[in-house]
Design a protein around this ligand. Structure first.
Ligand code: AMP
Length: 377
């Protein structure tokens, strides 16, 4: 029997960024209360939550006290310690479960999980010393990418290695910590599948979304992806199998490379709603954020039907270089939607907001989203 956590209950969110903010907006629309927990104050999630707790993730007493005040806990940020997740789970359900979090928050564990279960990934090695790095590069070849094993997102702790001589310098830059090196993939597309699994094992997905990154940060997403339908289906099937294997409850995003010879390789798994799924907020019957609320509260998952082709462009701090962007220009375009995250300091590379554009075709939506961003400056 699934125990439903009904509207009116309180959802606890570990993390306080824009993902938590948009989840909180979806939750409040359905009559839930939201509490958020992170080390910061005046956060994107805190601004729209009923309660914002500022405490360290390592402060397990504070995590337990937070858990006492909510009916279920979920994440918007996966770099929460497994100890904190376990402390919370002593008191309330934590969804997705701590094991899924443990695996997906660290690249070498995630790679091992994928390889052990036969999911396709890029060739990679875990290295702990500069000598191991040299050996791994000898096997993998260059160009390669080195990524810190833990706590990486938005290209943080990630560097491209062009030559074996580069390796020593980059090892210094990433700070002599455990890392993985992987072969640089010559891909034709980057894709993601945002999907959800309910408490009863039900599965829904938003199909394949096509992503473009700039400086390792997501820049543009379009949906549906402009790829052959059988490839989108294959990506969805891999995602579903990963969720089953993790006994997962909640929203996940699996990122893929599609190689030039048509092979899908899993790049990484994000155990939460994802930037590439932001367009579902405006384009789909149920957004990824509402789906996360439904999944973690044991409600039936919503229909993921996409109503219009859509494109999303991120708005990074650089856009504020010459002052406040010109919102009116962009919003004058039909079917353009603005989302800002309430961040007051527009630092370079910081995700400040995004724009979604809807249109009759994906190409038109993309053109419109790019034009809207262009009009901001
Ligand atoms: P990640 O943090 O692993 O998702 O990497 C961020 C972005 O860097 C990816 O979406 C790609 O655009 C690029 N990237 C990462 N790993 C590779 C790789 N092995 N080959 C080619 N591009 C990569």
């Amino acid at each position: 029997m699934t125990r439903v956590i009904p509207p009116g209950s309180t959802i606890g969110v570990l993390g306080s960024g824009q993902l938590g903010r948009m989840m909180a907006i979806a939750a409040r629309r359905m009559g839930y209360r939201v509490h958020t927990y992170s080390p910061a104050e005046e956060t994107p999630t805190g601004q729209v939550a009923d309660l914002e707790i500022a405490a360290d993730y390592e402060d397990l007493d504070a995590v337990r006290a937070f858990a006492m005040g909510v009916d279920v806990i979920t994440f918007e940020f996966e770099n929460v310690s497994t100890e904190a997740a376990a402390a919370a789970a002593e008191i309330v359900p934590v969804r997705p479960n701590g094991a899924a979090l443990h695996i997906t928050q660290q690249r070498s564990r995630e790679k091992a999980f994928l390889a052990d279960h036969g999911f396709p990934t890029t060739a990679s090695s875990t290295v702990a010393t500069v000598d191991e790095l040299a050996v791994a590069l000898g096997q993998i070849g260059v160009p390669a990418i080195i990524k810190t094993a833990a706590f990486g997102y938005d290209g943080k702790g990630q560097h491209r290695i062009e030559s074996i001589e580069d390796a020593e310098r980059l090892w210094g830059i990433i700070g002599h910590q455990e890392a993985i090196v992987e072969r640089f993939v010559d891909f034709s597309h980057e894709l993601s599948v945002v999907a959800a699994r309910g408490l009863d094992g039900a599965f829904t997905h938003f199909g394949a979304i096509e992503n473009t990154h700039k400086n390792h940060i997501l820049d543009v997403s379009v949906s549906p992806a402009r790829i052959a339908p059988h490839l989108a289906g294959e990506a969805v099937n891999i995602t579903r199998a990963i969720l089953e294997e993790l006994d997962y409850v909640g929203v996940v995003c699996v990122e893929f490379f599609l190689t030039r010879d048509g092979a899908l390789l899993v790049n990484e798994i994000a155990p939460r709603p994802h930037n590439s799924g932001h367009l579902t907020f405006d384009a789909c019957v149920t957004s990824q954020f509402e789906q996360q609320v439904r999944a973690v509260c044991g409600l039936p998952l919503g229909a993921t039907t996409q109503m219009r082709p859509a494109a999303m462009v991120n708005l990074l701090g650089e856009l504020w270089t010459a002052g406040e962007p010109d919102w009116s220009g962009a919003l004058a375009l039909p079917e353009v939607k603005l989302h800002l995250y309430g961040k007051t300091e527009p630092r370079p590379r910081r995700k400040m907001g995004h724009i979604t554009a809807l249109a009759d075709t994906v190409d038109e939506a993309l053109e419109k989203a790019l034009a809207a961003r262009e009009l901001l400056t």
